[in-house]
Design a protein around this ligand. Structure first.
Ligand code: ZN
Length: 427
């Protein structure tokens, strides 16, 4: 069993009212001891020197990692045109090897920016699982289901669960109906039934654009909330709704349930011109909110740190209210809330018994002068950036340390991704 020791690090998570200098020990994939700083002898441990924060790793609660291969395609087009003309035709040529190469590239980017777990909805998901396991990354995976008159994609998704759910303690599997406008109503019902029967969660794109309800043919027939009730989706074990830009504010109490999480993707929504999700209203109503990047073709960074800052700023500006979306709230979205949404209930806090998914942040940089135990979350969100990440630890293993990947040959991953990109896009 791997044991790692962290000496004199500044421990903080969203359940603590202030940070504290501690020594931390991890054994296997768990945090096993949090003790007063200086208890461990020097030389046997990672030295934090009282100016390295140890905080929970980020959970990217919505994305399509292999879309790193599609980065830059169809920039500045409206969503439907972007999907139909630039993205879907290229995606038709994807195969398992290409998806694996793109996913591995995404994992490198996520690890180096402090993400320890990612949600993914795509195709060839067994290859996504392979890439995650080879790189030691935690994830929640779903097979994107579109159309599917012969139920082959749903079967594939169920097979993915059979093969990978719980694998190495790193993977959880969800069902992945793409969206109400790409999945027939009856199939959506069937998927909800399957989720309840198997205990699997569901990842679903939800009200991303203003025209979505109209395109789905449901406008005037039923409300989005009636749709979730009538399909049974609202009662699945864990429902992760991505985007929620056009969810009516008045419906907030409907979504305030322990099995429901919104994945807020502020930068993807801004870039595609979809709008700004009314997140503060849902937060006030007690809806669990997580944070995601979406795919690299619509963001174009898989950098949660960037989303933290964006989420904390846009709602203040839009509502002309600087009290909205506090630094602690956005950090909670990016850590423990995302983990819960993917079924990792003991992840996202620096707590004994919790999974050792953590990042080390360099506080000895110019923009951190003035940090203290109380104001640390504000410094992280408003002054910090992913370039402050010194190390990323997943399940107790330090996968990224001082610019290097310990389990992964970075040069190989990048070379394979370049070849994959040329094959797929031609350049
Ligand atoms: Zn998406």
């Amino acid at each position: 069993m791997i044991t790692n020791r962290y000496r004199d690090v500044v421990v903080w998570d969203t359940e603590r009212s202030s940070a504290e200098r501690c020594d931390v020990i991890t054994e296997g994939d768990r945090i096993t001891s949090i003790i007063p700083a200086g208890s461990l002898s020097s030389g046997c441990a990672y030295e934090g020197r009282g100016n390295t924060a140890l905080i929970p790793g980020f959970v990217n609660a919505h994305g399509h990692a292999a879309m790193t291969l599609l980065r830059g395609l169809g920039e500045e087009l409206p969503l439907m045109e972007w999907l139909q003309k630039r993205i879907w035709p290229v995606e038709n040529n994807l195969d398992g090897d290409l998806v694996k190469a793109g996913t591995a590239l995404g994992i490198l980017e996520m690890l180096s920016t402090g993400t320890t777990c990612f949600a993914d909805m795509y195709f060839f998901m067994d290859k996504v699982a392979e890439a995650a396991l080879e790189n030691g990354m935690r994830c929640g995976l779903s097979r994107g289901i579109v159309g599917d008159s012969d139920r082959s994609k749903l079967k594939e998704n169920l097979k993915l669960a059979e093969d990978y759910n719980g694998r190495d303690g790193l993977i959880s599997v969800q069902l992945g109906p793409h969206a109400p406008y790409t999945v027939p109503f009856e199939l959506m019902k069937e998927i909800a039934e399957k989720a309840k029967e198997t205990g699997l969660g569901v990842q679903l794109h939800w009200l991303e654009t203003s025209s979505e309800w109209n395109i789905s043919g449901l406008e005037g027939k039923m409300t989005p909330e009636e749709y979730l009730s009538d399909t049974g989706m609202i009662d699945v074990p864990n429902l992760l709704l991505a985007h929620c830009v056009w969810v009516g504010k008045g419906s907030a109490p409907f979504y305030a349930r322990d099995n429901v999480t919104f994945a807020h993707n502020p930068k993807s929504n801004l870039k595609l011109g979809s709008g700004i999700a009314p997140i503060p209203d849902f937060l006030n109503a007690g809806v669990r909110i997580a944070l995601g990047t979406d795919g690299a073709a619509s963001n174009n960074r898989l950098d949660i740190w960037d989303e933290l800052r964006c989420a904390a700023l846009i709602h203040k500006g839009a509502a002309k209210d600087p009290t909205l979306m506090t630094s602690v709230e956005v950090l909670r979205m990016a850590t423990v809330n995302g983990a819960k949404a993917l079924g990792f209930n003991d992840t996202g806090l620096i707590k004994e018994g919790y999974r050792a998914d953590m990042i080390l942040v360099d506080l000895d940089r110019p923009h951190y002068v003035g940090w203290d135990n109380e104001n640390l979350p504000g410094f992280l969100v408003y002054a910090g950036s992913s370039s402050d990440v010194k190390a990323t630890v997943v399940a107790g293993k330090m996968l990224y340390n001082n610019g290097s990947f310990t389990e992964t040959d970075k040069d190989r991953v990048i070379a394979e991704a370049k070849t994959a990109r040329r094959k797929l896009v031609g350049r």
